[in-house]
Design a protein around this ligand. Structure first.
Ligand SMILES: Nc1ncnc2c1ncn2[C@@H]1O[C@H](COP(=O)(O)OP(=O)(O)OP(=O)(O)O)[C@@H](O)[C@H]1O
Length: 513
């Protein structure tokens, strides 16, 4: 959702064919009248432009009346063909489809003995501590998910679950609280979103439709990561009765409150703004049954911990799902106090940089650091745009991005916490669509953000902990694909860029609209 537009989106009418609007608010007739969507804004499910409206019959994001008509005629066709067992094709909102045609995919799932489960886990390098009888799943269709969710998973290009998803999804679906550690870029986000979307769809089936209190909550340390998690959730929940509310600083609180009071299934937010909102307004949280701490080691660190615990204590003992690529013993201890019988799942070697990222270090004296960076950026052999350059301070980010632009002639932008939300969204958009080849970032982009095309990360200022370093270089490889990281202060005498150790990741297709 876009800064500011989030308000419009809340106020914009649910689009129905007979809506009367003043000329000023005239709903766009043709999709060509609508603008492109900015990063973080909803996309029209038909043409991908800015999804300014919500279709009142299917709850989909749409850009104009033209696309609404196209959507309804498509869903009428889909419903008449796919409601197996209902002969006379009825015109049902697409959302009803997933409730009538839920495959009982248990028939596909094999029940393994404990020995078979253990040997499958060891093949997948999955370690489990705690009581967990459910075996890793080898396919999404054996998880008894709503049909529409399975279709959305397939449309996202997820042919099969990643190792962390193989074990974390079935465990979460049976209500286990989890502490999960897996490499950066290994698919942890979907491993909590898929159970959340499934849970919400099932609840909405059991309860009368006027029940609209939030059912799940995800906390992350940065606004950019919240925006990404929301986009991912909407992608997985398309055409399901599932609405999200983004609660981050920099966006208008009135719009956030309005959206929640209008009825949402999932709240995604940063702790500070969420506490602000919950302390000022009476938001009903009793139905929140799943509570997620993404980047949990960061969320349980000083500064976030008290806020995260305050929010957690406002809930009624939900299932807790905690995720990170770096989990310390201290985090394990704290996590154990949040839920009884918590299960620890770790995939691969915990607290290690992703194997798919080859790290090449360069020793430079501080006075030559900047010039060495410029040499890399102008070198045809070593420069692999789009590139993220990590620095240690906001001022440093602004100064270095300007210096790069002046010295190399290439456009570089800086992104950090001091920039207004609208500007941060625009910077992310121009970087992700390829308009800007170099982004100089502080920690706001250090964790979790899925910079799909990025294959090279330059750590210009080493962060103050190895785990932050692991997360930063983790931006260079997603799902095990090749990546390169250049920590600029460690010792070697040479710099060899270019392709690095090939990742063992599965085939990955871009997710997103
Ligand atoms: N089963 C899957 N098949 C193919 N691609 C997937 C699958 N699951 C996730 N992906 C894609 O892999 C990329 C990385 O996923 P994600 O961002 O969830 O990783 P992560 O483990 O959360 O990373 P980080 O630790 O950096 O937060 C994303 O582009 C996502 O769409």
């Amino acid at each position: 959702m876009a800064d500011g537009n989030e308000d419009n989106q809340c106020k914009s009418p649910m689009v129905s064919t007979d809506v009367n609007v003043s000329t000023a608010d005239k709903i766009k007739e043709r999709c060509t009248d609508q603008r492109e969507a900015l990063v973080g804004e909803p996309n029209c499910v038909m043409c991908g432009r800015y999804g300014e409206y919500i279709c009142d019959e299917t709850d989909d994001d749409i850009c104009s009346l033209e696309c609404k008509q196209a959507l309804l005629s498509r869903s009428r066709v889909v419903n008449s063909q796919s409601l197996v067992g209902i002969q006379t094709p009825k015109i049902l909102p697409a959302t009803d489809e997933c409730f009538y045609v839920r495959e009982n995919s248990n028939s596909g799932s094999q029940s393994l003995t404990m020995d078979e489960t253990e040997s499958l886990r060891s093949k997948l390098e999955i370690q489990v501590r705690g009581e967990l009888a459910v075996a890793p799943t080898l396919s999404f269709s054996s998880c008894n998910l709503p049909r529409r969710l399975l279709q959305n998973i397939d449309a996202a290009g997820y042919d099969m679950p990643t190792p962390v998803q193989m074990q974390a999804i079935p465990a979460a679906l049976i209500g286990k609280s989890l502490l999960v550690s897996a490499d950066t870029g290994s698919g942890k986000t979907a491993s909590f979103l898929i159970p959340i979307v499934s849970h919400c769809a099932n609840i909405r089936l059991e309860r009368s439709s006027n029940q609209k209190n939030p059912l799940a909550m995800v906390l992350t340390p940065t606004r950019e990561l919240c925006i990404q998690v929301e986009e991912h959730a909407k992608l997985l929940a398309k055409s399901l009765p599932f609405k999200t509310a983004l609660v981050v600083g920099g966006d208008a609180m009135a719009g956030q409150r309005h959206r929640i009071e209008g009825g949402v299934e999932l709240i995604i937010g940063t702790p500070g703004r969420l506490i602000d909102l919950l302390s000022k307004h009476d938001i009903e949280l009793d139905d929140v049954k799943i509570f997620v701490l993404d980047e949990v080691d960061s969320m349980l660190q000083r500064g976030f911990r008290d806020q995260a615990m305050q929010i957690f204590q406002a809930l009624s003992q939900p299932q807790v799902l905690m995720y990170s690529a770096t989990i310390s013993q201290e985090v394990v201890k704290m996590a154990s106090t949040m839920a009884k019988d918590i299960v620890f799942i770790s995939v691969g070697k915990p607290n290690r940089p992703s194997k798919a990222v080859k790290q090449v270090a360069i020793w430079v004296e501080s006075k030559n650091k900047k010039q060495k960076l410029f040499d890399i950026l102008v070198s045809k052999k070593h420069f692999m745009p789009p590139v993220v350059v990590y620095v240690g301070s906001r001022v440093g980010a602004d100064l270095l991005s300007n210096a790069i632009t002046v010295s190399t002639g290439m456009k570089a932008l800086s992104i950090h916490g001091e920039k207004p939300m609208k500007e941060r969204r625009e910077i992310m958009r121009s970087f992700l669509v390829g308009e800007v080849p170099i982004l100089v970032a502080t920690g706001v982009l250090g964790r979790g953000v899925d910079l799909l095309a990025v294959r090279q990360v330059i750590v210009f200022d080493m962060p103050n902990s190895v785990k932050e370093y692991i997360h930063q270089i983790g931006r260079a490889s997603r799902l095990g694909e090749e990546g390169a990281a250049v920590p600029r202060e460690l010792v070697t005498s040479r710099y060899a860029a270019g392709s690095f150790s090939s990742g063992k990741g599965q085939k990955r297709r871009k997710h997103g609209c």
